[in-house]
Design a protein around this ligand. Structure first.
Ligand SMILES: NC(=O)c1ccc[n+]([C@@H]2O[C@H](COP(=O)([O-])OP(=O)(O)OC[C@H]3O[C@@H](n4cnc5c(N)ncnc54)[C@H](O)[C@@H]3O)[C@@H](O)[C@H]2O)c1
Ligand SMILES: O=C(O)[C@H](O)[C@@H](O)[C@H](O)[C@H](O)COP(=O)(O)O
Length: 299
């Protein structure tokens, strides 16, 4: 089976190799021509434009998008449209907002193009060796490409989640959970860091992965990170985010569902990007006003 893949960054490049290993005939395109040339060296058919990509795909086209979420996904779909035929299948494997995916599904439906939204988890190593995929869209369209998802995923690592949007909705909530779990691990190690004991972080993370309740891939990655840099002295504690945690919180608020851990995890990410806060100044000033409590002054 032939598959087109658009976007050869951290995820798409590995996914293309994963598909090739599973004996799919992959045609790959990216706006970054260096990435296209690099995938060509892996023996994968290259395309420098979406037109060329579509020309190299025969029959019912299956095209996997692995580009940054947001306007780029709309732009790529728009660029593809002149070269698509009814019943061709677009799969968005990125971390798109599920509301965008519902909108894209409906718009493409009016043009006769099939659309599946696929949440893809497992990071870059998962994309290469076996991912976790959660797919929304029409069941008959899913059935047509079900084997693709099964082949590129680990055993039991692929699920048809239902109506259009549900794949990205599932991935959004997954990432909300991810925020909370990572923040919890981080806070535990912060307590160690401030304690009276000389706790070895790497050995402790390793220990926690052997028989403890909190053993997990995230804890393994914690061990890896401390193995590279025992006190993480080489990096700053600034935590960026791509949006899925925020969308999970927004959705939970819309649904009236309390999600305090996820909410605070997001707040901590935002706080980490500020060296000082205006709210801190206000509270310090108020304590000083009502109780004469000391404030720390700027130099
Ligand atoms: N990195 C991860 O661990 C991970 C895991 C799961 C899902 N995702 C999601 O997968 C998507 C891709 O992530 P990534 O980490 O590979 O990002 P990336 O930035 O490494 O790669 C994106 C690629 O898209 C290409 N691109 C941008 N605009 C394009 C266009 N108009 N046409 C063709 N190519 C274009 C870029 O040149 C780049 O090579 C995102 O939605 C991301 O949130 C990332
Ligand atoms: O399941 C996964 O493989 C990850 O969750 C993946 O999707 C990615 O690493 C996140 O996009 C990071 O999200 P933040 O940038 O929001 O932390």
């Amino acid at each position: 089976m032939q598959i087109g893949i658009i976007g050869l960054g951290k995820m798409g490049f590995n996914l293309a190799l994963n598909l090739k290993r599973n004996e799919y005939q992959v045609v790959a395109q990216d706006v970054n021509t260096d990435f296209v040339a690099k995938i060509g060296h892996e023996g994968i058919e290259m395309a420098y434009t979406v037109e060329e990509l579509c020309q190299k795909l025969s029959g019912r086209k299956v095209i996997w998008l692995m580009v940054p979420a947001g306007e780029i996904v709309d732009a790529v779909i728009h660029a593809l449209l002149p070269y698509l035929s009814p019943n061709d299948i677009l799969i968005d494997g990125g971390n798109s907002n599920f509301n965008d995916s519902k909108r894209r599904y409906s718009k493409l439906k009016t043009l006769g193009i099939d659309f599946l939204d696929c949440g893809t988890s497992g990071g870059t190593s998962g994309a290469l060796h076996g991912a976790c995929t959660m797919i929304g869209g029409d069941p008959e369209v899913f059935d047509y490409v079900a084997k693709v998802f099964k082949d590129i995923s680990v055993e039991n690592g692929s699920l048809y989640t239902g109506a259009a949007g549900s794949g990205h909705f599932t991935k959004m909530v997954h990432n909300g959970i991810e925020y909370g779990m990572m923040q919890s691990i981080a806070e535990g190690f912060e307590v160690f860091e401030h304690s009276e004991f000389d706790i070895d972080f790497q050995k402790t993370a390793k220990l926690f992965n052997h028989g403890s309740v909190v053993r997990s891939w995230l804890m393994e990655l914690t061990e890896n990170a401390f193995a590279k840099d025992p006190k993480l002295d080489g990096i700053k504690g600034i935590m960026h985010s791509s949006g899925e945690g925020k969308w999970t919180l927004e959705t939970a608020l819309d649904l009236g569902v309390p999600t305090p851990v996820i909410a605070l995890s997001i707040m901590m990410r935002y706080r980490s990007q500020m060296s000082d806060t205006f709210s801190g100044k206000v509270v310090a000033a108020l304590r000083n006003e009502f109780g004469g409590h000391a404030v720390e002054k700027n130099e």
